[in-house]
Design a protein around this ligand. Structure first.
Ligand code: ZN
Length: 186
């Protein structure tokens, strides 16, 4: 289960820790609030379904969905081998499907869910599509461009930024990949 860590200003009066430890009101600090977002987990389940389907078709198991107003409007899975297309990453496939469904090349306010941290190309696609929020599962130490190698989606030099939430269902998302490559090697 993923957790979202957000920071909010400190409400001293309502702070149980402050009351318990009789801290003076002067200490005003940011506190970390961890929340588990059930909706994020639910949408990630759909992305995981797509990833499993990719594995069954012998593609690297990555799945993605685009959600707008709480509704899935585009789904995608890796299909580079099937399509002989190096750009057919799950995220690009899902963004294309969503844009077609919306009848709009801009997906303003939409959220992109993907089982693995997106690469530079997919982050680029999310930026061009004006995606508002990215939620990903497992980090990708080799190509991850949302947090691990680069932070393309939060780069203030670009004309658009995307909110990033990492680590939702990361164990399941990562396990699919490692099982897939383990089978390949054996
Ligand atoms: Zn990609």
């Amino acid at each position: 289960m993923g957790t979202r860590i957000s920071t909010r200003s400190h409400d001293h009066e309502a702070c149980i820790a402050c009351v318990a430890e009789h801290r003076p009101p002067a200490h005003d600090q940011a506190v970390r609030v961890e929340t588990v977002d059930a909706e994020d987990a639910r949408h990630m389940d759909v992305a995981l379904e797509e990833a499993r389907r990719a594995a069954a078709l012998d593609e690297v198991p990555v799945g993605a969905v685009v959600v707008l107003d709480g509704r899935v409007i585009g789904r995608g899975r890796n299909r580079m081998i099937a399509d002989s297309d190096p750009t057919a990453h799950a995220e690009v496939v899902a963004i294309r499907a969503a844009a077609e469904a919306a009848g709009n090349y801009r997906l303003t306010g939409a959220a992109l869910y993907t089982t693995i941290e997106p690469c530079a190309m997919c982050c680029g696609a999310a930026l061009h599509a004006r995606i508002g929020r990215l939620v990903y599962g497992a980090a990708d130490p080799k190509t991850g461009a949302a947090r691990t190698l680069y932070r393309l989606l939060e780069d203030a030099r670009l004309n658009h930024q995307v909110e990033v939430v990492a680590g939702v269902r990361s164990d399941e998302c990562g396990a699919l990949l490692s099982e897939f490559f383990h089978k390949k090697r054996s």
